[in-house]
Design a protein around this ligand. Structure first.
Ligand code: AMP
Ligand code: MG
Length: 499
């Protein structure tokens, strides 16, 4: 199986050396008749691969049928709160970590296969993934990367030739995924729940060295680690909020210690702005609705803090005080990140005390309006607000009829535009265009692309991938990619985990 070279991938599997007891050896299962769906040559280049050689064997390598030299496949253990309920044992049920690759810039990056067959953590699952969800993860991750959001990346997608049963028979697939690491809040929970604090400490030391090295300098390195994770995750969620991104399953096993977005399942971009927007079919209570994501951030970080208590201080009461002081600050930390992003999106100059109100009042103005278009329309509105008014008059999914935004409407844009203009940076138009995308993965277009791909036609997927890969530059001929879905589609739009 191995012995065919490393294709330029420089493996150095630090987790095998430094984190014994946190994984089980697990080779990927063989795919019966693999075919390559997609290969990310630019990312392969970034990783330092011999790209032609890697691409030539991509179908074997990323189906799991061939292991590159240096790979040591394992399934990682983790626990997690899923929709608030604790599962002490989740783990990689259908994924294997092949190893860590040192990329061209010397960065350490995990290479994993998802959908490569059951592992000892599979419980009753089949260990497989279907083409649709695999390509959704591919597309969403690449779109987020292009939008400047920390995220796992897709190196390749391979159809396995096997069928997976998800109510009906679907074509199976494997995603080759690159991530800063796969350490999750749930990884810490797995060992803390078992009282294995030597492992928690080892994980914390490893996470500090790999992701947050500045914490090693602190007087209390574990508190500093917690602070660094809190900042990284707060920044991440603020970026999601700025883009109208709804992760959909912010369980603690899906929140990384690195602060990258990971585990794209039922995620989607909100079109018509409404804080209660939920797409996931399994999120019946709306726990992970758009507007709840900042709250969930804090809740998840509280779960991380609990796992670290004995490391914060040997005295339990003191450890709890230290943790609570940290947790009290998270809402403020998030607010500051959100405001920083809103200032960029609105093209504001410097900082004024009224900026948060200005941003919030814009959100009132765009209720029901397409989130992405509304913000992008601010760029030309610096000079001429005609386009903005047109967008504001058209709630997303109801393109047919204007709503009542009369020039004299006190809740209309007049007053807001005056306040906004008074705060604009000199080059606001360019700044706004650089902060607000034209192109995001539009729900209807994603669904159509995935349906075609499932039927064997990758053309739409590839076109959409190319469009969302350059999100900030408006290009002629791509008008169909900027519109929200019609209401008939939007009303019934649901996303699925694909498990
Ligand atoms: P997810 O909802 O993808 O974040 O997965 C939650 C947990 O369920 C993880 O432990 C996964 O490894 C596991 N899981 C999800 N789908 C499958 C599957 N088809 N086979 C085995 N395990 C799975
Ligand atoms: Mg997950």
């Amino acid at each position: 199986m191995a012995g065919t070279g490393n294709f330029g991938l420089r493996f150095d599997n630090s987790h095998i050396r430094d984190l014994p007891g946190t994984f089980l050896p697990q080779p990927p299962h063989k795919a019966p008749a693999p075919t390559l769906l997609q290969f990310n040559a630019a990312l392969a280049e970034e990783l330092g691969a011999d790209v032609p050689a890697l691409e030539a064997r991509a179908v074997d390598l990323f189906s799991g049928n061939l292991l590159p030299n240096g790979a040591e496949p394992v399934a990682q253990a983790y626990a997690g709160h899923q929709f608030g309920g604790f599962s002490p044992q989740l783990g990689d049920g259908r994924a294997v970590l092949l190893g860590e690759v040192i990329d061209r810039q010397g960065r350490r990056r995990d290479l994993a296969l998802k959908g490569s067959g059951p592992t000892p953590f599979a419980r009753n699952g089949d260990g497989m993934a279907a083409v649709g969800p695999v390509l959704r993860e591919y597309l969403m991750g690449e779109a987020m990367a292009a939008l400047g959001v920390p995220t796992s990346r897709a190196l390749a997608a391979v159809a396995t030739g096997a069928q997976v049963l998800r109510g009906r028979a679907l074509p199976g697939a494997v995603l080759a995924r690159i991530a800063a690491s796969h350490l999750r809040v749930g990884t810490f929970q797995f060992f803390a729940a078992r009282g294995q604090y030597d492992q928690v400490r080892r994980l914390a030391d490893y996470a500090i060295a790999r992701h947050h090295p500045q914490a090693a300098e602190a007087e209390n390195r574990y508190l500093a680690l917690f602070d660094a994770v809190a900042v990284a995750q707060a920044r991440l969620v603020a970026q999601w909020m700025g883009l109208g991104f709804i992760h959909g399953v912010m369980n603690t096993d899906n929140m990384t210690i690195s602060g990258e977005t990971i585990d794209y399942g039922p995620c989607a971009f909100m079109e018509g702005y409404s804080p209660g927007t939920v797409f996931s079919s399994i999120d019946r209570q709306g726990r992970y609705a758009y507007g709840n994501q900042p709250q969930v951030l804090g809740w998840n970080l509280a779960r991380l803090a609990e796992t670290l208590l004995p490391l914060f201080d040997a005295d339990e009461a003191r450890a709890v005080d230290l943790a609570n002081a940290r947790l009290d600050r998270i809402a403020g930390l998030y607010e500051a990140e959100w405001l920083r992003i809103m200032r960029r999106k609105l093209g504001l100059e410097g900082e004024a005390a009224t900026d948060a109100a200005l941003a919030e009042d814009f959100l009132v103005l765009i209720a029901g309006v397409d989130w992405t278009r509304a913000f992008r329309a601010l760029a030309p509105a610096v000079r001429n607000d005609g386009a903005l008014r047109t967008v504001l008059a058209k709630p997303a999914g109801r393109e047919e009829g204007p709503r009542h935004v009369l020039p004299a409407d006190p809740a209309g844009p007049e007053h807001w535009l005056l306040r906004w203009r008074a705060r604009l940076a000199p080059d606001a138009g360019a700044r706004i265009a650089a902060a607000n995308p034209v192109y995001i993965p539009r729900n209807l277009l994603v669904e159509e692309a995935l349906a075609n791909a499932e039927a064997g036609d990758m053309a739409r997927f590839e076109r959409l991938l190319a469009v969302v890969g350059v999100p900030f530059t408006e290009r002629p001929g791509l008008e169909a990619y900027v519109l929200p879905a019609p209401e008939a589609f939007a009303r019934g739009f649901r996303t699925f985990c694909g498990t």
